[in-house]
Design a protein around this ligand. Sequence first.
Ligand code: HXC
Length: 514
Amino acid sequence: MSLKQFIQELRDRKELAKSGGGAKAMEKQKAMGKLSARQRITSILDKESFQEYDMFVEHVARDFDMQGKVLHGDGVIIGTGTIYGAPVCIYAQDFTVAGGSLGLMHSRKICKIMDHALKMRIPLIGINDSGGARIQEGVNSLAGYGEIFYRNTMSSGVIPQISVILGPCAGGAVYSPALTDFVFVVENISKMFITGPSVIKTVLGEDYTMEEIGGAKVHCQISGNAHFYAESEQECFEQIKKLISYIPRNNTKKAEPIEPKPVKSKKKLEDIVPANPKLPYDMRELIMAITDNSDFFEVMEEFAANIVIGFGRMNGETVGFVANQPMVLAGVLDCDSSDKAGRFIRFCNAFNIPIITLEDMPGYLPGIDQEHMGVIRHGAKVLYAYCEATVPKITVIIRKAYGGGYIAMNSRHMRADFVFAWPTAEIAVMGPEGAANIVFKKEIESAVDPEAMRQSKIKEYKEKFANPYVAASKGYVDEVIEPAETRSRLLHALEVSKDKFAYRPEKKHGIPPF
Ligand code: HXC
């Protein structure tokens, strides 16, 4: 054969491999509102940057009807590419090929690209669209998942790992996404569950749709398994690119800085926060009145909305925000919000992202439900995550900082590097009402006018303790600042913390309360 013919053969083979499960299966995929696996990859990556590997891998199954069956690429596409010029590893399961089911060679391909990502210290993006373990391949499929989980765990905290759920993700298959740092879901397309409708029907006799068990909204609002929600695949891909732009490629690097921009929001900080501590406001407005260009990329927007987490930039550099949301449950910490904050703090710490904490909360959520759900165990995650974190940690106490909440929200005692408080800050063991009722119980009960006495004691307590000056007099608060000074103080604190070194004792690993 001439070279030309060799090249033609190669091209033909590639063309065939790219046909996936064939025209009919591709049509079905399209009819479900889903892009093909290759389209997904090329939509996420920089134009023409995708380099594919293992295109000609074939399955080795011989049981059932598998002998002689052609499964192009064994139902998964792997490769490398760039996003805004930064290298990433990527894989996408191809549902048109045996339902994207995971057999031995399919899992080996995924493992190969995972190993590559870890070795090259670059982020891994996994697009899941699969019927789960390939039934015909038995224990080889289960082994494949085990190998993936092991690699997810080894890569955790070394390279960012992103999971995209763009189809079914059933059975144990959900545990790879659960082991990664961020899970993206899309309305109507993403389905994630351990047991699907038929199993639930068989075991419990109950009827549910896949959407009800594990649709996109379920995981964004109720289970907390997903971090980003989009209405279309394209919107989801834009979110992934944005996330990649905010985070470093591995744990030895800092996120790439961009051109610093001034705050865009015209809202003044003091106009956002009502002086009356009983009135709520949207903490996200406050964040956007501080960040470059007023950009805030929120994570887990709809889950445990009483805490707000996400990325912004200060003077061009990425920071993570952890902030109470007075608009939802007065911004209390509870089981879910503690989980949400704790994990985010650990991500930021692992990937060298400074953390800014904005505090306005009355403490942990009281109640028997929370106690029985383990608010002690869950709440401890926030304490653990902040104490453990060695990245620059800066706190601004806006209004309320009561009780356990004061300590937990990156107080000096958790080793905050800088603690600022607005003059509106109230730092005390508990809110003035509760405190007055307990401390002055006898005086209130024996007064001629108990209510008047109660009010006067609340006032007395407020004046004495519910302010920032007691904490400032002890050095627990470094400086009481005017709201308008917040950004400049934060910028300076970040600047002087750039080469922060914090000692933590040598250990194999800690035992966080997870
Ligand atoms: C082999 C599979 C498959 C699987 C789907 N297919 N799932 N082949 N093993 N697990 C094949 C189908 O036979 C079909 O092949 C093609 O993929 C498309 O599937 P359909 O059923 O036609 O598609 P759809 O109607 O869209 O339904 C999708 C689905 C359904 C909901 C995902 O296929 C399904 O319920 N699959 C089984 C899911 C499951 O229980 N998986 C095992 C989970 S246990 P043809 O040739 O007809 O096109 C597990 C354990 C992992 O994963 C443990 C790890 C620790």
